[in-house]
Design a protein around this ligand. Sequence first.
Ligand SMILES: Cc1ncc(C[n+]2csc(CCOP(=O)(O)OP(=O)(O)O)c2C)c(N)n1
Ligand SMILES: [Mg+2]
Length: 287
Amino acid sequence: MPKPVTEIKELYKISNEIRENIIKSLEKAGSGHSAGPLGMADVFTALYFNVLRHDPKRPHWRDRDRVILSAGHIVPVWYATLAEAGYFPKRELWTLRKLGSPLQGHPEYHSIAGIENTAGPLGQGVSVAVGMAYSLRHFAKSNQQVYVISSDGEQNEGQTWEAVMFAAKHRLPNLTMLMDRNNIQIDGATEEVMPLDSIRAKYEAFNWHVIEVDGHNIKEVVDACNQAKAIVERPVCIICHTIPGKGVKFMEGKYQWHGKSPKGAEARVALRQLRTMGGKISVIDSE
Ligand SMILES: Cc1ncc(C[n+]2csc(CCOP(=O)(O)OP(=O)(O)O)c2C)c(N)n1
Ligand SMILES: [Mg+2]
């Protein structure tokens, strides 16, 4: 099991590297989702480099914590994080969305090490995670945690709420949802398409424990996950307030970048901005 990275500066270096690889893989793919993956890079870094009990060298280790990505379209951040953590070689990232690649535009169960579920149709992953948490708890009698990554747009799906009710009924202590509250979805602001607020009050009414964090404050995310582990009488929803497209100025806050990839010149500008942000301005290469 890798040692958790505790140095916050180091964690930010990692999340910046992940962002760069998201941009590079999307540019090479020529299509795909940019805003959500960039916005969730800090949350994925917190999970895989500090919080999770896992071992990239043993992806099927029985005692690992599970990560389920319900908002399947943000999978470029999952691939880039898994590669960064050593689950598979980074060169695989450059095959994103290519014919025959294990890295498709939405995740497929076990297509490559570390991918724990298939997703794409929104709302289903929460049910998968709830079922997993229930069976780990009641049949395997284990204490492994299940982390499900959901999004605000996914809260529009009825199936999400069936799973949320089930989790509350069974007081699943080993289930934590990390919700990407970035206020956008495919074609506009969430509050215009289908108002969600108060999303906190809704989860509390459904008997979940709710924590809200700045999803770009890695320490806050880590602390919230540790707090969640200590809450044993109910499932926990961590609402992660994020900026879609975080790190790339022309993408930040723009729903138009929900499902668009950066083209050559755009990618070069994006990488330059990320490198400046990461404090390591260097020649833009394209490995
Ligand atoms: C059941 C279902 N309905 C519709 C879609 C089409 N769709 C893909 S992403 C998306 C928006 C989801 O919102 P969110 O996850 O918040 O997107 P983001 O924040 O990444 O822009 C929609 C409606 C889908 N994938 N599945
Ligand atoms: Mg969203």
